[in-house]
Each structure stands twice: as structure tokens, then as C-alpha cells.
Design a protein around this ligand. Sequence first.
Ligand code: GLU
Length: 447
Amino acid sequence: MNVEQIMQSLAAKHPGENEYLQAVQEVLESIEEVYNQHPEFEKAKIVERMVEPDRIFTFRVTWVDDNGEVQSNLGYRVQFNGAIGPYKGGLRFHPAVNLSMLKFLGFEQTFKNALTTLPMGGGKGGADFNPVGKSDAEIMRFCQAFMLELWQHLGPDTDVPAGDVGVGGREIGYMYGMYKKLAREYNTGVLTGKGMTWGGSILRPEATGFGALYFTEHLLATAGTDIKGKTVALSGFGNVAWGAATKATELGAKVVAISGPDGVCEIPDGITKEMIDYMLEMRASNRNKVEDMATKFPAAAKFTAGKKAWSVKCDIALPCAFQNELNGDDAKELIANGTKYCCEVSNMGCTPEAIHTFQTNGVIFAPGKAVNAGGVATSGLEMTQNAAHLSWAPAEVDAKLHFIMESIHEACVKFGKKEDGTIDYVKGANIAGFMKVAQAMLEQGII
Ligand code: GLU
């Protein structure tokens, strides 16, 4: 494999799809050496096939807002790779959604899902719909209009979407209601992240954040330390950041900063249970302002406009919001302030410069596809419960999530251990995920 050549031909075919090209380049660079030891992969053109989605659906979503005006958005579903199971991955509603973003997310999802130990292929979808400032009724009408187009491509053994940025339990509810009405099928396994009374798995809402902290615990243990007393800065206040803040606090760490698009809230004494609960209200308000935390808890939280969480001194940085939210300068600022660990909870939350800066300055960095895989893994557990028409108790789901995160960490160590004994988690995660998908593609012939 010649990475440069493949990247050149991809860039020519998909000009301007920067996030997608960035995600592919990162994976190809890490797997190059292993790939070249397997002539059978080269012969079957595994990489050339793997970097292109199996298929993409694009559709118009038309709906009526509260003023009676007709609105139109673009909807997508990228079925990226079905080699190891039905397409699985979230739906993102965000004004910046485009094909490049969803292809990068679908590509990442393929490897992430492979790491979970469960049989799930990779997919991703969404729309350029902006939930900020929308009423509940508008959100419902949009979700229904979106599902009106998408439902035919879904099925519990075909393609199973879930939430992502801008899509949580409420949106999944509206979409599932519409799916049933159209399909006349009552199989709960067609979406995950459902409510507890209609087929949802206990712990699914918490799973991404909880799993990320279980992974962080293993990473710290491997580095000879633990999480107790460590300070944590995290970005975002959505579902993922909420789960991460909850578990970090429960494990004895101190969350000293949360941030939003408007700025950062410093919380010197650490976030409290009340404040964590308030994060949920902030997300549901659709205001998208972290300042609300400081307004509600003025004695505990100090808001600074225009600053990121990475400006606050911390031991562990946890990007939990959006791709490329932590850049090279942010990494330098963190390092200057003594940060030793960065576990990427968002998908591709760090730019290549940030990762390089971390790795060359002794900061242990772990990539999103390993750290945040607990979310989709618990979606996989939700599918299993749905298929068996039963539901497991919290302890059972939590034990399985623990086991999966430990397995992912072990896979990263196995494939990412360097000669000096340190772990390259980027390489480890990419090689482990790639080997599984590549093997499956090889065994299934040229299709
Ligand atoms: N959107 C989440 C992710 O990036 C979860 C996907 C799912 O549960 O299918 O992995």
C-alpha cells in the first residue's frame, strides 16, 4: 500500500471532503506497516474497498415550522461497511452536517464497532437541521419527516441508527414512533437509545461517558497511577459530557471545567451532583449555552466567554463535544499547564497537530474510536436484549460494558505496544479494528 497514492486518488475523487480525508489518512498511516505484511490484503484491494462506503442515501426533508413556514433540510444515511454485521451508528442533527462529516463518522464507526467485540458494521447519518432554538413540536415534525424518507432502508438486521450530536432519547422516540407507523413492524431493534418503557437498555444514555471513564481507568492503571484526586476538564454538556462528568466524579476525580460554544465554566471545587443534573436541563433547553451553569450556580462556577475547557489547568483532558475541537495550540496550552492524559471522547475531537503535540510531549493520548466505543457497544447490548425480547438488570449491563471496555483497552495494548514499553493507542486501536474488518472482507470474497 502506498498511503500517499491512495490519499491523492481519494482527494481527487472527493474534493473538499476534508474531515473524511483526515480520518482515512490517520487510519492508513497507522496500519501501513501491518498491511504490507499481508499480501492477501493487497491482492483483494482491501484498503481501496474499505475507504469507500458500501452505499449512501441522500434525501430532502421537508417540514413546517411553528410559524407555518415550509422548511427544507438535507438528510443522509451512509451505510459504510457491513462486513461484520448490520450497519450500526448514530444520526447527527447539526447545521454543519454534510457528506464529508458523515463519511468520516461512518468510516470511524466501522473500526470502533469492530473493537467492541460485537457483530456490528459501520454506518452514520443525519441532517443539516439545527435543533438550537427549535420548539419540541418542531423537533417532532422534523424527526417524523426525516423518518418518512429513511425507514425503508432500516431493519434490525439491516441498519440500526441511534443518537449522536443533536439526537437524544426524545428524537429517537419521535423517529421510532414514525417508523412503526410506516413499517407496520413493531421490532424494537430498529433503533437504539430508546426509552426504558419501549425497549431501551438500562445504562444506554450513560454508556458513552461511563465507558470512556472505564477506559481511562485502565489507561491510568497501565501508566501506573489512578483517577482518584485527578482534575478533569471536559468540553460540552450534552449526553456524553454528562455521562463522563457523572462517572469521573463517582470514581473520585474532580471535574474542574465544562465548556460550550459560548465559553468555559471553571468549577474550582469540582462539579456537584446538582450541577451534573442541571447539564441535562441545559441540553434539553436547546439554548446551547454553558453560561447557564454559572447563572444557576454563581458561587461554584465562573464563566469566561470565548475560552475553551483546554485553558483550564487539569490532569486529564476529555474532549466530549465535536470533531477537531482541540487543536495544536490547545494541546500546547494543556501541556504548559501540566496535563498528562487526553482521552478523546468525541469522534476525532483532536486535530492531527494536537495528537502529534501530545505524543511528542509525553502526554498519553487515546483516540475516540476506542474511548467512546462504550456507547455503541451498549447499543449492541440493546439490540441483543431486543432480539431476545427481554431486558437485563443494571448490574448485568454495567458488567458487560466493563468487560467490553477492558477488551478494547487490551486490544490497543496488544497492537500498540512500542519497543520502549509505552503504548501508542492510536496505532493500537486502528490496527485492532482494521484487522477484524479486513479479515471478514477477505473471507467473504470479492463483493
Ligand atoms: N453516535 C454514537 C457513536 O458515535 C453511538 C452510535 C450507536 O449507538 O449506534 O458511536
